[in-house]
Write a protein that binds this ligand. Structure first.
Ligand code: SF4
Length: 381
């Protein structure tokens, strides 16, 4: 299956770069000579013609509304197009403007995002919507600096939203674009390394056209998602085959260079399942991971630690006194680079929910559960 989520590549916030001076600066940072004007023109012509004939009909491509584009760009980071589509449609119907979203309660923000994961994106978008209302009269700012200063708006989001929504000539670089550029220019640069990312950003900037920069950015991303894919690029169907150096060298597989894999961290946890009338006691998680989402009370276990004692202590702090028995069930799941094993324990009695907790049923759609809690609830059903 084709992976088409966007992995934005971090970089300092950009300013529009239509001037020759800025392109000269960008080129100086690149490891390869910049494309000649003739090569740029040929690339623009071939790719834009292909894009206009082949672009997928996606809901966020039917609008130039900067808010709608912003929402789609945030959702598409780390999430596949087909997964994001229904979320996007529901979200835009419910929150058609930054002002409408700025009034949403935290629980509603998380509930609107439940199932997409990476909830930090939702919180930052919410915070940014509030800033847009407070500081920009409710309108998405067109000025790159103002927009780039909003919470959660990095260089990729800034360029994507402003180029597509307002035609600002800013280049994007995500995983798809990086792969296409690395192959097109036979550039041994990995976006996961600072030096490689700098070279790729510079190359992307040197290519941005003054006209239709939003289409150009989307076309590069579309080519990376649909044709110049990671493992089996369809070079025979590629509109840029004639200009592609990696193809000419017969070394497509060598680009982009492989980045070293990040080690997986193993984590052991235990949760307490306390049921009452078909509902399960849940508390909000707090911390850098999954902050604000609901799941059964639980603890992280170090090597050799007893789940029974640690769970009982955590529950006492919450105001729950209960005995626990192991169910024998272990749920395994993965969050980013963490492989998590969760032992499920059952509490002996169901108290009144202490402050900061609540009983949740499988059909409570207004409560934002962690993916683990949703899975547990499905199993209980
Ligand atoms: Fe990618 Fe092949 Fe097209 Fe080159 S010719 S850009 S490797 S799909």
């Amino acid at each position: 299956m084709i992976r088409i989520s966007r992995t934005a590549v971090r970089g300092p916030a950009a300013k529009p770069a239509p001037t020759p001076e800025r392109h000269t600066t960008a080129r100086a940072a690149s490891a390869k000579p910049a494309p000649t004007p003739a090569r740029r023109a040929a690339l623009h012509h071939a790719l834009l013609a292909w894009y206009r004939r082949n672009a997928r009909d996606l809901p966020w491509r039917r609008t130039r509304d900067a808010w709608a584009i912003w929402v789609s760009e945030v959702m598409l980071q780390q999430t596949r197009v087909e997964t994001a589509r229904p979320f996007y449609l529901r979200f835009i119907e419910r929150y058609p403007t930054p002002a409408s979203f700025s009034r949403a309660h935290e629980d509603d923000v998380l509930a609107a995002w439940a199932g997409l994961g990476y909830y930090r994106r939702a919180r930052q978008l919410h915070e940014a919507a509030r800033d847009v209302v407070r500081e920009h009269g409710g309108r998405v700012p067109r000025d790159p600096e103002s927009f780039g200063n909003l919470p959660g708006v990095g260089r990729y989001t800034q360029a994507a939203v402003l180029s597509i929504g307002f035609g600002t000539p800013l280049a994007v670089l995500d995983g798809n674009v990086a792969r296409v550029l690395s192959r097109l220019f036979a550039l041994k640069a990995s976006v996961r390394e600072a030096r490689g990312a700098r070279a790729l950003w510079a190359l992307a900037e040197s290519l941005i056209p003054a006209r239709a920069p939003g289409d150009w950015n989307q076309a590069l991303m579309e080519l990376g998602a649909m044709v110049c894919t990671p493992r089996t690029p369809r070079c025979a169907a590629c509109p840029l085959q004639k200009q592609c150096r990696a193809f000419a060298l017969g070394r497509v597989a060598a680009y982009p260079p492989r980045a070293p894999r990040r080690e997986m961290e193993r984590v052991r946890r235990a949760v307490a399942l306390i049921e009452r009338h078909g509902r399960v006691l849940m508390t909000r998680r707090r911390g850098p991971l999954l902050d604000g989402l609901w799941e059964p009370p639980g603890v992280e276990l170090k090597n050799g630690e007893s789940a029974r004692a640690k769970l009982a202590a955590a529950l006492r702090r919450l105001g729950v006194r209960a005995a626990f028995e192991p169910t024998g069930r272990v749920v395994r799941h993965v969050i980013t680079h963490r492989k998590i094993e969760v032992e499920v324990w059952r509490g002996s009695r169901a108290p009144e929910p202490p402050r900061g907790s609540r009983y949740v049923s499988a059909t409570d759609s207004g409560v934002a559960l962690t993916a683990f809690a949703r899975r547990l609830m499905r199993d209980l059903e």
